[in-house]
Ligand binder design. Structure first.
Ligand SMILES: C[S@@+](CC[C@H](N)C(=O)[O-])C[C@H]1O[C@@H](n2cnc3c(N)ncnc32)[C@H](O)[C@@H]1O
Length: 265
């Protein structure tokens, strides 16, 4: 059984819901600060998903700039096109991060958040990112390390099985720890790094931890690591913990700022 999550219509809609939480709104603000897409700039979002960041970028670059997105999932592209339908400075392509449909040195800036974890041929994707950026152009890349996802739990056996299953949902669940070196090998200089910590003490749909718990338990059940009922019981136990003050969820999202090195003479 393949372990990789596919962003079909249902998964795309759930991702969109979870990315509208205050936690991810704050993460996006942090990404925008590092990306600093000024007026008139051409900016690429690789794996643009539901288009939330694209909208922010389009606002920042203005009518003379360009916010371009690409995503492998047609469902995600449909959501993003709908979200950006009133904007004339947005273009969104369906395609793979390893084959970007733009010419060399087309973009001033590029961003990719929570995407390269899903790309098996990461060297090819980073080579493409390097190709479409102007020399000196900036890239901001964000990824989560699966080992940083923490839940307080009173059903430790189910929690352990869910935790063990989750890294299989993508090709590179521990990408942040190797990303700076991979960026260096792909022709970038890593000039800055940050970590964005999400910490929730309440189990509510307004918090990202709520969506992660549901996604992780559904995934573990699909992988046959727990039964559906065990997953539901674990989620219900988190809800009870929220009411008695015991709920705790935390995860780290790592951000790297890199610039494309100029060609050597
Ligand atoms: C977790 S979502 C993140 C979406 C968006 N970057 C954000 O942060 O709002 C991961 C996205 O990566 C896309 N994706 C996965 N593999 C891809 C690939 N090889 N090329 C382009 N997009 C890809 C998925 O379709 C999905 O939209």
């Amino acid at each position: 059984m393949s372990g990789a999550i596919e962003f079909d219509e249902k998964e795309a809609a759930e991702t969109e819901r979870s990315y509208l939480t205050a936690d991810i709104v704050a993460t996006r603000a942090g990404v925008m600060e590092l990306l600093a897409p000024g007026p008139g700039k051409r900016v690429l979002d690789v794996g643009s998903g539901p288009g939330l960041l694209l909208r922010d970028i389009a606002g920042a670059v203005g009518r003379r700039g360009l916010a371009a997105g690409i995503d492998i999932s047609e469902s995600m592209v449909a959501i993003a096109r709908h979200r950006c339908r009133d904007l004339t400075n947005v273009e969104i392509a369906t395609g793979d991060a390893t084959a970007l449909p733009w010419p060399d040195a087309h973009f001033d800036r590029a961003v990719s958040t929570q995407v390269y974890e899903y790309v098996p041929d990461l060297a090819a994707a980073l080579a493409e990112l390097d190709r479409v950026l102007k020399p000196g152009g900036r890239a901001v890349i964000m990824a989560t390390d699966a080992d940083t996802i923490l839940f307080n739990s009173r059903d430790n056996e189910t929690a352990a099985r869910i935790r063990e299953a989750w890294p299989r949902h993508c090709a590179r669940p521990f990408l942040p720890r190797e990303l700076p070196q991979l960026l260096g090998e792909a022709g970038f200089s890593v000039i800055d790094h940050r970590v964005h910590v999400i910490l929730n003490r309440e189990f509510t749909p307004d918090n990202f931890g709520y969506h992660m718990a549901r996604s992780m338990s559904v995934y573990a059940a699909k992988q046959g690591r727990i039964s559906k009922d065990e997953g539901k019981a674990w989620v219900a136990s988190l809800d009870r913990m929220s009411r008695d003050g015991g709920f705790f969820f935390s995860m780290n999202r790592y951000l790297f700022v890199a610039t494309k090195r100029p060609p050597t003479a």
